[in-house]
Design a protein around this ligand. Structure first.
Ligand code: OGA
Ligand code: MN
Length: 293
């Protein structure tokens, strides 16, 4: 079957047909997916639920896996999925939805803020691959914002200000924004900030984009309130509806996005519903900033 892509978002985001992600990929199919990602930054596959192995095989055929060890508040004994997956569900080890005030659920509400995956790691993520195994009765869309369009349309003054800036990113900052501050000393150490450039150049397209994320909490050399305001102001610009694609999930969907040039966020859904989502992640090329900086 020939591979076909078509744009479904406002200035990015495409749908792909003719590739079954649950089957081994040919080299031509791998090339078609990377080319589609370079063109659209978000690619939607409509398929059937995949096994863990099928999702892992598919992910590995596109690059180097990133592990999710230590990135959530789940203790080792209540991990539901192997650490090559990010568990994006609202389910505990017994497959039951977290209670409304469960600490793990409240931490995960951080995903409802615009972010780029693993921007809190020195080497942040390249692609994320999110697979839907069950949907909420309402809500629960995932929204994506095109950070290349955001960069291209930014006024010259803010573009010049942003150039060359370095930010500190940590999950502590994103959770602080939601008033979630009860982290243990061990968690605070584990979530220590890392540096990321505010403007980045895409390695395969050579195009610039804003590298924003709710994990960004300071700009090196700037007073904190001024930095947070600037980051918020840029985020407001970057997430205008004209730059946003909203994905309504169906069971079996697989959505791949390029974290190097998009942000995303989850939309709310009823806490008692089961929303089962499993993510694999590909590692990026390396730090965005030389750690000597
Ligand atoms: C993620 C994420 C959003 C969602 O998987 O990284 O942020 O809608 N997901 O679950
Ligand atoms: Mn995410």
């Amino acid at each position: 079957m020939p591979v076909k892509t078509r744009q479904i978002g406002p200035c990015f985001a495409g749908e792909i047909d003719g590739i079954d992600p649950a089957k081994p990929l040919s080299p031509a199919e791998v090339d078609a997916i990377h080319a589609g990602m370079d063109e659209y930054a978000v690619l939607v596959f409509h398929g059937r639920p995949m096994t863990q192995k099928e999702q892992l095989d598919f992910t590995r055929s596109l690059g180097e896996l990133e592990h999710s060890t230590g990135t959530s508040l789940r203790a080792a004994k209540d991990i539901r999925l192997p650490s090559v997956f990010a568990d994006v569900s609202n389910l505990d080890k017994d497959e039951k939805p977290f209670l409304r005030d469960d600490r793990r659920r409240l931490f995960a509400i951080g995903n409802r803020l615009w972010h780029s995956d693993s921007s809190f790691k020195t080497t942040p993520a390249k692609y994320s691959l999110l697979h839907c195994l069950s949907v909420a009765s309402k809500g629960g869309n995932t929204e994506f914002a095109d950070m290349r369009a955001a960069y291209d349309t930014l006024d010259g003054e803010r573009k010049a200000l942003a150039e060359g800036l370095v930010c500190e990113h940590s999950q502590i900052y994103s959770r602080q924004q939601l008033g979630f501050m009860d982290l243990t000393e061990e968690e605070k150490l584990r979530f220590a900030p890392v540096l990321q450039t505010l403007v980045r150049t895409h390695p395969s397209t050579g195009r610039k984009s804003l590298y924003l994320s709710s994990h960004a909490g300071s700009i090196i050399g700037w007073p904190v309130p001024e930095a947070r305001f600037f980051l918020r102001d840029l985020t407001e610009h970057a997430t205008q509806r004209r730059f946003v694609y909203s994905h309504k999930w169906a069971v079996g969907d697989l959505v791949i996005w390029d974290n190097r040039r998009t942000m995303h966020r989850a939309r709310p859904y009823p806490p008692e519903d089961r929303r089962d989502m499993r993510r694999t992640t590909l590692q990026g090329e390396g730090p965005t900033v030389s750690q000597a900086a």
